[in-house]
Design a protein around this ligand. Structure first.
Ligand code: KIV
Length: 271
């Protein structure tokens, strides 16, 4: 890897190429400038400003309350921290379902106001027309199938999708429809690894899995989950690469104790 800034930017073309060459695509979520800068320096391919923001940053019980303004605010911070990675803005609940025009306007906001390089939206065949129109206007669209958290109440909870034959068939067909509609990639969330493998080999666009096995063209995790900073619930597909939550608790306790006991600031931290 050469110096930052001299590395070519990740684009829709390069991720398609990565599928062809078998080079795995790496994606993580981020919601702020510092985290995005660190990920970008580490060489992440795609940064998703996920509407998971609602749960892991804002403390909502689901992603449903997240607004366009909140998403724009955080996407702006992430794009400012990014030189190489492709930044995708996640369209929040009810920002693209009402009408094609509404979807187009909101997708445009991610590009114009926040400097995103594309958008993601949840849903299959029922979203095909919206995907087509957004893509026709020049905005790259990432699809999202399987467990679609914005439909949590319809799905009856956060559970694995596509377990029986007809449900699996429907997800596979939806994937092909989204590809036809012009999506440049597809998130597969919480589906059996065998189904994700079949979808991946049936499409020319890359699949990015979360709880969908190793055969996807790439992987995504929510940054707070993989850093051990979100404890409200755990899922099987999350691997913790650090325990920052524990480390933060330790640091906060030590600070409180040292201030109380006048150990901080010491002479070294005073003028
Ligand atoms: O909102 C999000 O973080 C997502 C990922 C889990 C794919 O949609």
């Amino acid at each position: 890897m050469s110096k930052q800034g001299t590395m070519p930017k990740v684009t829709t073309m390069s991720v398609r190429q990565m599928k062809k060459t078998g080079d795995k695509i790496t994606m993580l979520t981020a919601y702020d400038f510092v985290t995005a800068s660190l990920m970008d320096e580490a060489g992440i391919d795609i940064i998703l400003v996920g509407d998971s923001l609602g749960m892991v940053v804002m403390g909502y019980e689901s992603t449903l309350p997240v607004t366009m303004d909140e998403m724009i605010h955080h996407t702006k911070a992430v794009t400012r921290g990014t030189k190489r990675a492709m930044v995708i803005g996640d369209m929040p609940f009810m920002s693209y379902q009402v009408s094609v025009e509404h979807a187009l306007t909101n997708a445009g906001r991610f590009m114009k106001e926040a400097g995103a390089h594309g958008v993601k939206l949840e849903g299959g065949r029922e979203m095909a027309e919206n995907v087509r129109k957004i893509v026709e206007s020049g905005i790259p669209v990432m699809g999202h199938l399987g467990l679609t958290p914005q439909s949590v109440h319809q799905l009856g909870g956060y559970r694995v999708q596509g377990k029986d034959k007809s449900a699996a068939r429907r997800i596979l067909d939806d994937a092909k429809i989204l590809e036809q509609a012009g999506a440049f990639s597809l998130v597969l969330e919480c589906v059996p690894a065998s189904l994700a493998k079949e979808i991946t080999s049936s499409l020319t666009i890359p699949t990015i899995g979360i709880g969908a096995g190793v055969q996807c063209d790439g992987q995504v995790l929510v940054v707070n989950d993989m850093l051990g900073m979100f404890d409200m619930f755990t899922t099987k597909f999350v691997k913790r690469y650090a325990e920052l939550g524990k480390e933060m608790r330790r640091a906060f306790s030590q600070y409180i104790e040292e201030v109380k006991k006048e150990k901080f600031p010491s002479d070294a931290h005073s003028f």
